[in-house]
Design a protein around this ligand. Structure first.
Ligand code: PHE
Length: 330
């Protein structure tokens, strides 16, 4: 009995001493667990006489309940204490400014591409993305670009090997689509193109949107109508432009379109266009005596620069947030 009383006292002290829930759990296991000290006592009762067994089991069980209650109370006390010290330690300054989530926006070039695409969608054009790695046939040969053309020179074209290259224009898609689809065709091909060039008006990678119409009776006036209307849509007002006769091996006649600054009379080239060359149509098995086609290639960076009065094309690709943040829509 003496031993028992001593044990109960010890247990109570042990419980009080614990400072964390983990410690308290350990104490619980130490005394009340399967192999706990008190459990051993209860197991030992079987060696007692019948009367003693009854007497002690009542005492031990009573005490056991008491201990369980003790543990519960202490656990509650600990939980409250822990919370209280946490609250004391973690002060919240409600006057601090909130943490803002900074929203990004589409890149200005993407915005311009989407804007241009929308114009052509309303005219019933279909938009098709092409591959950026191309072969010599689709980028040059099929487009009637002679073997000795300066553009094939390694100064302008990024070659992977003697056949594969990074496409230098989106005109490769003219070939791919005319080979896979039958006329009538009315498509635009937006995408990245690559040339070995770097200054305030050139970057080695830039964007073009190519347009292609193949049908019976397509003429230069169809091409002009589309370009006039496109530019009116794009700038939101009439701008003065000129069709300047030019040369592309894959179109004839060919022209480049310049925007004329009315104050300085300076011109800036924004796109190349023309009637698709009969040789090109023949290359893709379209009979040039039945069908005719017109095509144009718009420089997306140039258009964006004009629209927002940006002077250095390289600002598009510096990833300077001070520049990019200006294109957030409100
Ligand atoms: N591919 C030409 C270029 O990159 C542009 C162009 C497209 C010209 C279609 C005529 C017709 O400059």
């Amino acid at each position: 009995m003496l031993n028992l009383n001593k044990l109960f006292k010890e247990i109570k002290i042990d419980i009080k001493k614990t400072k964390t829930i983990v410690e308290l759990d350990q104490i619980k296991i130490k005394y009340l667990g399967k192999k706990g000290i008190l459990t051993e006592y209860i197991k030992n009762l079987k060696n007692f006489s019948c009367i003693d067994k009854k007497k002690y089991s009542i005492i031990i069980n009573q005490k056991k309940q008491e201990i369980i209650k003790n543990i519960k109370q202490h656990s509650q006390y600990l939980t409250e204490m822990i919370l209280e010290t946490r609250i004391k330690k973690e002060k919240i300054d409600v006057s601090l400014p909130g943490r803002r989530c900074n929203n990004g926006c589409l890149h200005p070039i993407t915005q311009t591409m989407n804007y241009i695409k929308n114009f052509f969608f309303t005219l019933g054009f279909q938009s098709i993305n092409g591959l950026e790695i191309e072969d010599e046939y689709h980028n040059f040969d099929a487009l009637n670009i002679p073997k000795n053309h300066p553009a094939r020179n390694s100064h302008d074209t990024f070659w992977f090997d003697s056949n594969r290259l990074l496409r230098t224009h989106t005109s490769n898609m003219q070939i791919r689509i005319m080979k896979s689809e039958k006329p009538p065709i009315r498509c635009i091909f937006p995408g990245k193109v690559y040339r070995h060039d770097y200054d305030i008006t050139h970057t080695p990678m830039f964007h073009q949107i190519e347009g292609l119409i193949v049908d019976k009776n397509i003429t230069f006036s169809n091409l002009k109508w589309i370009i006039y209307n496109f530019l009116y849509y794009f700038f939101g007002k009439k701008v003065s432009i000129q069709f300047r006769p030019s040369y592309f091996p894959f179109t004839t006649p060919s022209a480049e379109v310049d925007i004329i600054n009315q104050d300085t009379l300076q011109t800036l080239e924004i796109l190349g266009c023309g009637m698709v060359h009969p040789n090109v149509l023949t290359n893709v098995n379209i009979d040039p005596n039945i069908y005719s086609a017109c095509a144009f290639g718009i420089g997306v960076e140039r258009m964006t620069m004009l629209r927002y009065e940006i002077y250095d094309i390289r600002s598009f690709f510096d990833n300077d947030l001070r520049f990019l943040n200006q294109f957030k829509y409100n």
